[in-house]
Design a protein around this ligand. Sequence first.
Ligand code: MLC
Ligand code: AMP
Length: 486
Amino acid sequence: MGAGPIKDLSCARRAPVRRTLTGYDGGMIRPRFLARFLAHPPERPALDWEGRTWTYGDLRELGERTAGWLAAQGVHPGDRVAIQLENGLPLVAAHLGCMALGAVRVPLNVHYREVELAPIIEDAAPVLVITPTPERFIGVRCVPSVGEGRPVGEWVGGPVTAWLFTSGTTGRPKGVPQTWEMWTANLDALAECWALRADDVLWLTLPMFHTHGLVLGFHGTLLRGARLILAARFEPVAPPPEATLFFGVPTYFRRWLSLMQVEPAAFSGLRLLVSGSDGLPVEVSDAVHAALGQRVLERYGMTETVMITSNPGVGERRAGTVGRPLADTDVRLVDGEVQVRGPAVFHGYQPRPDPSAFTEDGWFRTGDAGEWDEAGYLRIVGRKKDLVIVGGVNVSPAEVEHALSAAPGVVEVGCCGVPDPDLGEVVGAAVVPWADADRNTVLAGLDAVARGLSGLKRPRRVVFVESLPRNALGKLQRSRLLPLFR
Ligand code: MLC
Ligand code: AMP
């Protein structure tokens, strides 16, 4: 099963690769990741979903049958397939089918509406979108779910395995091609740093359309031959007793805290709790520590770089820091900005390259502000980029401003992040209304246009102002908006 006619199971690095837009060169390359996934014993448990356990052999068969179905839909290796499905077996099948066929996955946020999806679809140009809500897509073929076809047994794969779109600070999402080699290098470094074991069981409640859930959660498990228990979404309930690992954004830990305090025994099976995607406040880390007797492990990364630094699995975990650079990853601070280079750093945005994302000497600029502590642990102290992080989800203030400016009676809008005890930050909008506009009518209009955006992007705080703070060149100064919301 899944073996195919390929003899050389070495990695893509040794094979000459002809680069194309998707990275697929039409050659017979089996990335190291796939070789390792296919080598796990077929009887080993891999995935629990709705009370059934799927072994590695089952997942391979599922991938091969789904690949056969994709091929029957006219999908070829190297084609992009967009997937907008909630966590669940059809989503897993869609990913495995693309992996088996060598199609490039474009995972889409299930909450995204038409205006948010249009630029992604334009840039990714998928041949097919798998979505139960085709009305959100224009000019592209949609199917509601996956099916089964004659099994395809190659699992060849091209270098680019997925294309993730991340909120750009300009308001237009940026395409970040993900290679198998980025993932393998980073996931191996993480497994070592976190002292992960083959018998670990991850309770995966993160959505599988971001780096955190998809790369660290789903693929990290498949690479190591471990097991995951998949949930549709995070609920602050007792974890499954078999689970040993949990990965979450800070909001999950905040929402879980009261249960941890009243029922700590329910968490005794979890030997490692990992937080990321946004800063975990020291008070939350300390409260979990007080309740469970263990320190949440905080790490830091980005879609463009996978993980950059981490606290250790074994050794001192420092609250308020994101730990030290991972193996083979170089991190430096230039004028306070975190810059990174290493095998997990992407090669550039596609299809709209932005050379300013890298320094002249080849380091990626994260846009995050950091400082080293006395033990060489990194602390993230701010953001140099215009980005709001709501519940671990990046929101571009420019995108929200653009949408809200279309509301009737609005002259202009400025958005910024406003601290929130649950989501970390929420979007605040400072609105300049027309002089004669009725405020309630303007608010109703803002609400109506905001409904065209996914929920976390909608402003939860709105203030009316006479003008927006601008510098001498007329540029909006978002950092001066926050006091308006106090
Ligand atoms: C929920 N909503 C979202 C959303 N999740 N909108 C956009 N993107 C998302 N991911 C919307 C719902 O549709 C709903 O809209 C509204 O928000 C509900 O608000 P809520 O009740 O406050 O939120 P809730 O549904 O409980 O979701 C909050 C959350 C969830 C924190 C539980 O967003 C979540 O699981 N976040 C994890 C994000 C994540 O995986 N980040 C990793 C990024 S990778 P409506 O229309 O119904 O009102 C990365 C790299 C790294 O950053 O380092 O890891
Ligand atoms: P994304 O583009 O969704 O991959 O989000 C990446 C951004 O999330 C980073 O540039 C940081 O701003 C933020 N981030 C991720 N992990 C952490 C963390 N542990 N602490 C603070 N910010 C984080």
